[in-house]
Design a protein around this ligand. Structure first.
Ligand code: COA
Length: 201
């Protein structure tokens, strides 16, 4: 058995990243049973980053395969503009508004596809980058979350971003405790967090 290792994202990891996204999408827990379309949550929260900023994507791999990732964008305003103009239009055709009337989780994703969130300039001017991080349970609590953060922070600094933000449901208390431990501060009512992209020791 070889030790898990962090490495840059490779396009061959894409399907594994969709799977990890689904299996952590219920406030950090498995959301498989909540979705009728197993890929829709990844279409919103991970795949566009892999497509647009592969240099800011890193994965953790062990003998069972890729089991964790971090993705991000160094310039959130530019990312939001690109996603609205390029990434979401084909998805809007594939999933018209009102799709999945019997699945709240899928319906919420359809709403995001049609009306993607745009981070206010007050946030992006001070914290220009943003990120999403997810590890499957077998790789949690072993230091890989911190390693992934440091890899992304370095990529963001390389791209000129000296601060970063992230959104998190206040119900995901485990993730919030992790962010606080890494020095993120609460920017907005416990669901928006920010810090510098200096490495965490
Ligand atoms: C949240 C998550 C990314 C954290 O990654 P992780 O690999 O489990 O965390 P690490 O093992 O790297 O922990 C790094 C440090 O944070 C601390 N930490 C982690 N979780 C913590 C918690 N719940 N409370 C307090 N400290 C915590 C660790 O003790 C460690 O401290 P140290 O470096 O001083 O020793 C990971 O658990 C995860 O992917 N969870 C499921 C998906 C999810 O919720 N994603 C976030 C969506 S917003």
């Amino acid at each position: 058995m070889t030790d898990p290792r962090l490495r840059p994202f490779d396009p061959a990891d894409t399907d594994a990243c969709y799977e990890i996204c689904l299996r952590t999408a219920n406030n950090g827990e498995d959301a498989t049973d909540l979705h009728t379309d197993p890929r829709i949550v990844g279409e919103v929260w991970v795949a566009p980053y892999l497509a647009h900023h592969p240099e800011c994507a890193f994965v953790v791999e062990d003998d069972q395969g890729v089991g964790g990732y971090i993705v991000g964008a160094p310039d959130t305003a530019a990312y939001d503009e690109w996603a609205d103009r390029v990434w979401f239009p084909p998805l809007r055709e594939r999933h018209p508004a009102g799709s999945f009337p019997d699945s709240k989780a899928d319906g919420d994703c359809v709403n995001l596809i049609h009306t993607p969130p745009v981070m206010p300039a007050e946030v992006t001017s001070e914290y220009p980058a943003h990120l999403h991080i997810d590890l499957l349970p077998r790789l949690q609590g072993r230091g890989f979350g911190k390693q992934l953060m440091n890899a992304l922070f370095a990529a963001c600094r390389e791209a000129g971003a000296d601060a970063i933000h992230l959104g998190c449901s206040p119900e995901n208390t485990n993730a919030i405790a992790f962010y606080q431990h890494l020095g993120f501060s609460d920017l907005m009512a416990g669901f928006l967090w920010g810090r510098s992209t200096e490495a965490v020791s």
